[in-house]
Structure formats: C-alpha cells, structure tokens
Design a binder for this molecule. Sequence first.
Ligand SMILES: [Zn+2]
Length: 269
Amino acid sequence: MPEGHKTHFIAREHSEKFAGQKLKVTSPQGRFTTDARKVNGKVLERVEAVGKHLFYVFESGHMINVHLGRYGKYRELPSPPPAPVGQVRMRIRGDGQTVDLTGPTTCRVIDCDGRSQIESKLGPDPLASSGTNAAKKKQVWASFSKSNKPIGALLLDQSIVAGVGNIFRAEVLFETELNPEIAGNQLSKESFDALWSSLTKMMKVGLKYGKIVSVTAKEAGMPVAKIEGKDRFRVYGKQRCPRCNAKIETIEVAARKLYVCPSCQRLND
Ligand SMILES: [Zn+2]
C-alpha cells in the first residue's frame, strides 16, 4: 500500500503535469462518470496530499479526492493516449499528458466542507507543508502519552499521525530500537523524540526519491537513488537482523504483519 511519501510524491508530480490547465476528466470504467462531469473542462489549481489522501483542487472549488488504498495505481500514458486498458476509474488528460487511475479505494468529487471532514479525522502529517514540525510533534506526543495502546498500533492510526504505513512503521521502530508492544503511555519522552525524528527523516527521504529507503548510502554501498527492492529496508521482509544477525520475527500488531528484531527491540524500553 502506498504510504504518505508516495501521495506527496504524486501530488507534486501531478501538480507539475497538470496545474493551470483545463483538464479532460473521464471515467472509462463508468463508476466515476457522474462526479467526473463536475470537474471535466475545469482548470486545475494544484494537487495536494494529506496523509494518504490526494486532493485535486480546481478553480471552481471542486476537488477530486483520491485514496489509493491497497490496490490503487496511476499509469502515465504516451501522447496521444491509447484506449483505456482494464478498469480505469479515472482518466485525466491535460496538455499533452494523460494519466489513468485504476483500483483506488476512493475517487470522488467533494467540496471544501468534504475536505475539512476528511482532514478533521487525520492526525498531523509529517510531510504536510501546513503547521510546524514542533507543533505536529507536540500533538502526536500528546496522543501517544495518553494511550495504553501499543506504539506499533498508534503509528498506523491515521487519526494520530497521518501517512504512516506498514513499512515506515517497521523501519522506524527498528531504527530506534523500540519494541512495537510498548504502550504509548509507557514510552519515554526521549524515545518518542527519537521515534519522531526517525519518522520525519525517513518520510522526507521517501518523498525525495519516491520510494521508502531506510538504509543509508554507506550501508548499501551505493547512492540512495540506486537502491532497489528489499535492499532498501533494514528489517521489513528480512530474515536476519543487519545489526546483530538474530533471526527477524514477524508478529501481528493492529492486524498487520510487523517485522521485529527480538534482540535489538526488547520490550523493556
Ligand atoms: Zn538485532
């Protein structure tokens, strides 16, 4: 599932491609046709991301809200675009550029109120341009420190911090040597500070390169941009701990599989 770095990456890319243009918006598959008509032929102002949500903001005040979910994908098409292949929910066509969207969880047209409703249910997004890092950190710490839920669950809760998915969760907990089962209210402020700084740093790297990379260039022995596949991670999907060589364990926290080094990430914080 695309995590927050990816939605911000797409927002930036699609802003560059389409902002200021009158767009042709259609739904070849048909499921988005009624809403597509509301924005078809209108000028796109910008594309923004908040957590895992995308907002295509039009001059008319309408917005397309997309949540990719687990299967949503964009495809860039050559110009002129070929006939749609498969279940294309939305096709956006600008000046010489076209993208198709398939398999999103959400793709609909909303207004400002609709967007406010969505955002009111989201915690701070480390990558969002609105709000200072200090204010976001303070708000997330307030949620963590009053919860008895495990930090492995709190990290995935979009109402507490927006944009974190399963890979960021595993990688930041490993980097900070924290056990996912530690309750939020048992976490020291010092450990939270380390967790927050690891998370913001990793998400920024993810946005810069358009992919999650938790290993450093030094660890990988190559530039970050060139690191691909599972080599990008330290613990996610791994068999052995890169620090101590212990066997990586998989446990389930908040109904998602989590990779943990039992030796580096002990429960007594
Ligand atoms: Zn280890």
